[in-house]
Design a protein around this ligand. Structure first.
Ligand SMILES: Nc1nc2c(ncn2[C@@H]2O[C@H](COP(=O)(O)OP(=O)(O)OP(=O)(O)O)[C@@H](O)[C@H]2O)c(=O)[nH]1
Ligand SMILES: [Mg+2]
Length: 223
C-alpha cells in the first residue's frame, strides 16, 4: 500500500470517528442506547433482532437501521415485527460508515430506548468503522466454525460482546463453543459472551437482561 493510500485511509477513519462521536453524543442526550451488530453474512443478525423485537415488545421501544449492499429485505423483516426500520443500501460498499447513520438519525423517533444497527454482513471491514454505538456485538454462528476469532481478530477486539448464535445446531456440528469463546477472550479479555438460539429462544433472557441493565447504566450516567 502506498503512503498516499495509507494517508487517505487514515483521514477517512479520522473523519468517520468525528461523525461517530457526534452521533453518540446526540443519542446519549436522547437517552437511547445504540448497539452495532457485526458478523459474516448469514450468522443470524436479523433473526436475533426479530427475536429481540418479540421479547421487548410492550416493554421496551426499539428501532433498527439495516445495512446491506442491496435490497430492503432485512428492513421489511423488522417492520413486520412492528418495529420502525430504515434500510441503508451501500450499492457495493462492504460496511456502514457514520455519515450514513447520520443521514437517517433525524427520522429516528426520540421516544425509543434502543437503536440497533445491523451492519453489512462482513467480519472484516465493519470492524474499523465506529458508528456512534455504545455497544458492539460480534456474532459467530456455530456452522461458521470455532476457529474464526483468531482469523478475524479485529472484529473480536473491537467488540463488547460475543454472541455465539445458532446454538441449537451445535449437536450436529464439530463446533466447540468453549474453544470459540476462549480464543475470542484471548484477543479481547473481558468480552461478554452469550450463547443464543434466536430460533428456539435459548439464551435470549440473559441477553435481554444485559441490554436492559446497559440502558439503565446509560440513563443514570454510569455508561
Ligand atoms: N438453526 C438456526 N438457524 C438460524 C438461527 N438464527 C438464524 N438462523 C438462520 O440463518 C439464516 C440467516 O439468518 P439471518 O438472520 O438472515 O442472518 P444475517 O446475519 O442477518 O444475514 P445477512 O443480513 O445476510 O448478513 C436464516 O435461514 C435463519 O433462519 C438460529 O438460532 N438457529
Ligand atoms: Mg440480516
Amino acid at each position: 500500500m502506498s503512503t498516499k493510500t495509507i494517508r487517505v485511509q487514515a483521514d477517512l477513519l479520522a473523519t468517520n470517528k468525528q461523525v461517530a462521536a457526534e452521533i453518540r453524543r446526540e443519542l446519549r442526550s436522547r437517552g437511547i442506547l445504540c448497539v452495532n451488530l457485526l458478523s459474516s453474512p448469514g450468522s443470524g443478525k436479523t433473526t436475533l433482532l426479530e427475536a429481540l423485537a418479540d421479547r421487548l415488545k410492550d416493554r421496551i421501544r426499539m428501532a433498527v437501521i439495516e445495512g446491506d449492499i442491496e435490497t430492503e429485505r432485512d428492513a421489511e423483516r423488522i417492520r413486520r415485527k412492528g418495529v420502525p426500520a430504515w434500510q441503508i443500501t451501500t450499492g457495493g460498499a462492504c460496511h456502514l460508515e457514520a455519515r450514513m447513520i447520520g443521514k437517517v438519525l433525524g427520522d429516528v423517533p426520540a421516544a425509543i430506548d434502543f437503536l440497533f444497527i445491523e451492519n453489512v454482513g462482513n467480519l472484516v471491514c465493519p470492524a474499523s468503522y465506529d458508528l456512534g454505538e455504545d455497544l458492539r456485538f460480534v456474532l459467530l454462528s456455530s456452522p461458521e466454525g470455532d476457529d474464526k476469532p483468531a482469523k478475524y481478530p479485529q472484529a473480536f477486539l473491537s467488540a463488547d460482546c460475543l454472541i455465539l448464535t445458532k446454538t441449537d445446531l451445535i449437536p450436529y456440528l464439530p463446533f466447540d463453543p468453549a474453544r470459540a469463546a476462549a480464543e475470542a477472550l484471548s484477543i479481547k479479555p473481558g468480552l461478554r459472551v452469550f450463547m443464543v438460539s434466536a430460533l428456539c429462544g435459548d439464551g435470549m433472557d440473559a441477553l435481554v437482561e444485559y441490554l436492559v441493565e446497559a440502558l439503565e447504566r446509560l440513563r443514570s450516567g454510569r455508561a
